[in-house]
Design a protein around this ligand. Structure first.
Ligand SMILES: C[S@@+](CC[C@H](N)C(=O)[O-])C[C@H]1O[C@@H](n2cnc3c(N)ncnc32)[C@H](O)[C@@H]1O
Length: 214
């Protein structure tokens, strides 16, 4: 059966590039910050090659990691076996999570809201599976605050970027989408990756915590 998300070239590229960015681009520290203080049952959507797994605190009783791309899912399964908390890697997409409603204490979205096909639907699903008051931890790149970069991002999204980078979009506004989906943003921190040097369309990032509003 064909996978719903099939990006073999991007998967190979991301598997290498993400490890370098974690080690040399400071991204591992953001992953640690993203997950600090979590406990209980956690769902992570679009887990990729599983680079978050090593950073889950021991108070997390289980991570259900959803990943639609076959090669990345295999890498995630290997990373899950090395993690200090139990990780179950499961095929699926964020827009139709294969789990029960209100079953999780927290949800994690890192560098994935740019790529899901239907952002409002993916966030509605995250809201559905969180218990009332549950947290959405997010670490996402998005629309630049500066006009020049924002214009370039929109042009890229209409042309080559999604084709080259596994369906990624650079001009989405994750904070606005999270709020529109019925989450209350509790904390957020704007960061730039890389911190110094020339900016890329994926440089403007936001890292924070939102809570299911009811
Ligand atoms: C840029 S990678 C980020 C991976 C990982 N979250 C990280 O922080 O390194 C985007 C991931 O989203 C996955 N993805 C693509 N479409 C998706 C969808 N509709 N639902 C869930 N994940 C999806 C891709 O297969 C890929 O693993």
């Amino acid at each position: 059966m064909r996978d719903t998300v099939h990006h073999p070239l991007f998967a190979r590229f991301y598997a290498r590039m993400s490890v370098t960015m974690d080690a040399k681009g400071g991204v591992a520290a953001y992953r640690r910050e993203l997950l600090a203080g979590l406990s209980g049952r956690v769902i992570e959507v679009g887990a990729g090659n599983g680079l978050n797994f090593a950073h889950y605190p021991r108070a997390v009783s289980e991570v259900v990691a959803i990943e639609p791309e076959r090669r990345l899912r295999q890498l995630a399964a290997t990373a899950g076996m090395r993690a200090e908390v139990p990780v179950d890697v499961v095929p699926g997409v964020a827009e139709a999570l294969p789990v029960k409603s209100e079953a999780f204490d927290a949800a994690v979205a890192s560098l994935v809201l740019c790529t899901v096909r239907d952002l409002p639907r993916a966030l509605a699903e995250l809201r559905r599976v969180l218990r009332p008051g549950g947290e959405l931890r997010f670490f996402e790149h998005g629309l630049a605050e500066g006009r020049v970069m924002a214009t370039a991002q929109r042009a890229l999204d209409r042309t080559v970027w999604p084709l080259l980078f596994g369906g990624c979009h650079t001009a989405r506004d994750p904070l606005a989408a999270i709020t529109a989906a019925g989450f209350e943003v509790v904390t957020r921190r704007r960061i730039r990756i890389p911190e110094t040097g020339p900016g890329a369309p994926t440089s403007p990032c936001v890292l924070g915590v939102a809570r299911r509003a009811d």
